[in-house]
Design a protein around this ligand. Structure first.
Ligand SMILES: Nc1nc2c(ncn2[C@@H]2O[C@H](COP(=O)(O)OP(=O)(O)OP(=O)(O)O)[C@@H](O)[C@H]2O)c(=O)[nH]1
Ligand SMILES: [Mg+2]
Length: 352
């Protein structure tokens, strides 16, 4: 049975997990109507704490997320999990049907687990992830967790949908700590040295702490946390005279966890909460959301404009034919670009 957009939206807002799962499928596959679904959900978003968990393959992300979900449930909070699993054997096909799976809390529908595959364009995947997070937020989940392997720019884009990002680092990963400097450090709000039951954890904690302290710029408000160039003139919440003061910087803490036993998980969650509180108290959350929304608008427009350009290319007989004309010495790429964009430019000029 196919549900209409209205039925999907209604279902999600009523707390129907089946509708939620279908909406996310629609979003993931960019099926007809997904835009209307996300549009309709938008006004209901903004109340979830969105947490990104990233780190090298096998760092223990899923194990930790599972423990986090359990702890949140014990606190009476609802949880949604989106796992981006590029190394998973399920990717590239819907082997698990509509791929609904619960965390270890079997039968507890308040932990809604969803894996999203890395198939298709990865740029598109970060948009799809952000939209899936919105569905979980609008649904009313208190905590939304995104799990993704921290391997490169695409993952960084994905995890940017989160308000608070924790980077998991296994012990004795000296090389990894070096690698972290290239981008991951900038996105980490919290470091967790997971597998702290193994040798070398203390040393890794020490290395990370040294790194955090060396990276002075990271924590300053104007340094563009998450690479998004957060403005210093953020909208401050109304906090009386203190509001004029520069916000206290956030110093990225380095914790130890043993995800398999749950050791350190309470501290870890308290630290995530402290970061969420810091975001709220300093007005950073507003700045962050504004930046993120601006980025979303740009990404969406680029995608949409790209599609219009594709249509126009088809109208000109397709890009291959145009390339042929260039090779035949008839024309050149710049003239073609001008030609293809001509109708758009004409429209814009007519508007002025
Ligand atoms: N000793 C020890 N093993 C752990 C710990 N946390 C996770 N593991 C083990 O590490 C392995 C990988 O754990 P996962 O949770 O699947 O790691 P992941 O980061 O989600 O892995 P990918 O999603 O494949 O990148 C499993 O065998 C876990 O049982 C820990 O704190 N200590
Ligand atoms: Mg995993």
């Amino acid at each position: 049975m196919t549900l209409s957009t209205e039925e999907l939206l209604e279902g999600i807002l009523e707390g129907n997990h089946r509708a939620l799962a279908r909406a996310i499928t629609k979003i993931e596959n960019r099926q007809d109507g997904y835009r209307e679904v996300v549009s309709g959900l938008y006004e209901h978003t903004g109340s979830a704490d969105v947490i990104g968990i990233t780190g090298s393959p096998g760092a223990g992300k899923s194990t930790l997320v599972d423990k986090m979900a359990k702890t949140y449930r014990d606190q009476g909070l609802t949880v949604g999990i989106v796992a981006i699993d590029p190394s998973s054997p399920y990717t590239g096909g819907a082997v698990l049907g509509d791929r609904i799976r619960m965390a270890s809390n079997v039968g507890d529908m308040d932990v809604f687990f969803r894996s999203m595959s890395a198939r298709g364009s990865l740029g598109g995947l970060s948009t799809a992830t952000a939209d899936a997070v919105k569905a979980l937020d609008a649904f009313g989940k208190d905590k939304v967790i995104i799990e993704t392997v921290g391997a490169g720019q695409n993952e960084i884009d994905i995890v940017q949908a989160a308000d608070t990002v924790a980077v998991l680092v296994p012990p004795e990963s000296g090389d990894n700590v070096q690698m972290l400097k290239a981008g991951i450090l900038e996105i980490a709000d919290v470091f967790a040295v997971n597998k702290a039951d193994m040798d070398g954890a203390d040393r890794t904690v020490q290395e990370l702490e040294e790194m955090v302290h060396m990276d002075d710029g990271h924590v300053s408000v104007t340094a563009g946390h998450h690479g998004m160039g957060v403005d210093a003139d953020v909208d401050m919440p109304d906090k009386g005279d203190d509001a004029a003061d520069a916000p206290e910087p956030w110093e990225t803490p380095v914790l130890e966890t043993v995800a398999t036993t749950g050791e350190g998980v309470d501290d870890f969650l308290e630290t995530l909460q402290a970061h969420a509180d810091w975001l709220a108290d300093t007005g950073q959350i507003a700045a962050k959301r504004r930046q993120r929304t601006a980025e979303e608008i740009r990404t969406l427009l680029r995608e949409d404009a790209g599609e219009l350009v594709e249509r126009e290319l088809e109208a000109h007989g397709g890009v291959d034919g145009l390339a042929e004309r260039v090779l035949d010495g008839e024309t050149d790429p710049y003239s073609i670009a001008d030609e293809v964009l001509e109708p758009f430019v004409a429209c814009l000029d007519a508007e002025d």
